[in-house]
Design a protein around this ligand. Structure first.
Ligand code: HEC
Length: 152
């Protein structure tokens, strides 16, 4: 009895589905969600030189740059693809950071021990080079990192 009912309902459902032609059910499926983050990290290099937002502080500009360019691989306090960046301005010089962020491979290839060790530690994952970031952009990013470094 139960079984027959079930079979009956299924048949009706199948009939309904066929009648609809299957058109409506597919439309929302491929919406463009989850990859947009990674994509924006590489496709919007965003150097914020002289925009209207001149009132923004270094930390705010740095936060925007960090989110657009770095957050796909870095957190301030946790290891992600790359190392946590809290306190990095204490262990590396400004020059080193400028060079590294603009082209980490060049620093590694120059024979810099810290760079080579980091690269090995992170299984030779290459950090994206950011040649478009000015010293000022990088200063802002570092200001943002510093502003977050004290907080857990
Ligand atoms: C594709 C992933 C990726 C992106 C994007 C990325 N990094 Fe990295 N970063 C790494 C990896 C991996 C390392 C570890 C070294 C290596 O493997 O080359 C690293 C290392 C570093 C280091 C050295 C940390 C230390 O302990 O000395 C700094 C500083 C750094 N990244 C800053 C940045 C900044 C700033 C940005 C954004 C402008 C950025 N990274 C974007 C992957 C990334």
């Amino acid at each position: 009895m139960k079984k027959m009912l079930w079979t009956g309902t299924t048949a009706v459902l199948l009939g309904l589905l066929a009648a609809c032609g299957g058109n409506s059910s597919n439309q929302s499926a491929g919406a463009s969600g989850p990859v947009s983050n990674a994509a924006s990290a590489t496709s919007t290099p965003a150097s914020t030189s002289n925009t209207t937002a001149s009132a923004e502080s270094a930390v705010e500009k740095g936060q925007e740059l960090f989110q657009a360019n770095c957050s796909a691989c870095h957190r301030i306090h946790e290891k992600l693809i790359g190392p946590p960046l809290a306190g990095v301005t204490k262990i590396r010089s400004k020059e080193w950071l400028y060079n590294w962020i603009r082209n980490s491979q060049a620093v590694i290839n120059s024979g810099d021990t810290a760079a080579i060790n980091l690269y090995k530690e992170y299984n030779q994952v290459q950090m994206t080079p950011f040649p478009q970031l000015s010293n000022e952009d990088i200063d802002n990013i570092l200001a943002y990192i510093d502003s977050q470094s004290g907080q857990q």
